[in-house]
Design a protein around this ligand. Structure first.
Ligand SMILES: [Zn+2]
Ligand SMILES: [Zn+2]
Length: 301
């Protein structure tokens, strides 16, 4: 792994803080990816890349509930056709099975066309996939996560990707307690760590019991839903609890709420926007050896 990281460091390229996907598409993906970037797709959809690793969170959905951003057609087409910068997606992670985060048919269609891509999703989403033609042929690509509220986080490893998952209730708690919303902390190439929070509820009562879990690893970039940025409890979770050095809000309504605009917080509202990821040094704890190993697909070892 060290050699691989070193070889990526040999590509030295300056990348501006933000540029659009059109520009991105023209660049050599191996070169641009090494810096670590996140591309905003729409709503809570993100593509995160570092070096040879590309993952997507919540990329396929069709419901905007008259409020949220859909993934624009040009980005959607680029994703499905595997066009750069979406040309090497290792894994798709689904936060929860709501229509503004997940579409079962799209997921099946994508996995069929991209047999090297794995899917990690709550079992509630997997159950929706089961009803669709072609699911039976995708067994090696699909992995369900079945966590109950209060369960300890689980760790999964796939090639150079470390995924930690914990169930944090959906916003509106204690309503919607039945919805399995997963918060993912993902480390790519042992260098960059990001956190995707789905539609998490911004109440510390869910986060506090896991304080040791948050503290054991620094997250360079967290992507909370915007309601964390406009509530005192949410802001406190971001600043004091989850051990993230930077955060950028997602799930922002098309008409950006005034209180978010005036908050001074960073957020995504323009699909195609690209930001550089924060990179951590080894002494920040990213190179800790895993305690539990479970491989998504043994044949990929
Ligand atoms: Zn939801
Ligand atoms: Zn949502």
């Amino acid at each position: 792994m060290k050699n691989m990281v070193l070889s990526f460091l040999m590509f030295v390229v300056f990348i501006t803080n933000a540029h659009d996907v059109t520009h991105h598409l023209k660049m050599n993906s191996a070169v641009i990816a090494q810096a670590g970037e996140v591309t905003y797709l729409g709503n809570a959809g993100l593509m995160v890349s570092h070096g040879d690793q590309q993952i997507m969170f919540d990329p396929f959905f069709h419901n905007h509930y008259n409020n949220y951003q859909l993934v624009p057609d040009d980005i959607r087409v680029a994703i499905f056709s595997g066009k750069a910068p979406f040309d090497s997606i290792e894994m798709i992670l689904i936060s929860h099975a709501h229509g503004d985060h997940f579409d079962a048919k799209d997921v099946i269609e994508y996995l069929k066309a991209h047999p090297k891509t794995k899917l990690l999703a709550p079992t509630q989403a997997i159950d929706q996939l089961k009803g669709i033609d072609g699911f039976d042929d995708l067994q090696n690509q699909v992995r369900g996560v079945d966590l109950a509220y209060g369960d300890q986080p689980v760790e999964l490893y796939f090639k150079g990707i470390k995924v930690e998952v914990v169930r944090i209730p959906h916003a509106g708690w204690p309503g919607r307690a039945d919805v399995s919303n997963l918060v993912y902390r993902v480390t790519l190439n042992e260098v960059v760590t990001v956190m995707h929070m789905g539609d998490a509820d911004p109440d510390d009562v869910h986060f506090k019991p896991l304080s040791n879990y948050w503290q054991k690893l620094v997250t360079g970039n967290a992507f909370p839903p915007y309601w964390f940025l406009t509530s005192e409890s949410g802001k406190k979770i971001l600043s004091d609890r989850i051990n993230a050095t930077h955060h950028t809000g997602v799930h922002v309504p098309v008409k950006v709420p005034d209180e978010l605009k005036s908050s001074g917080e960073n957020y995504f509202s323009q699909p195609g926007k690209v930001l550089q990821l924060k990179q951590m040094s080894p002494d920040e704890g990213l190179l800790k050896k895993p305690s539990v190993k479970s491989i998504i697909n043994d044949s990929d070892k």
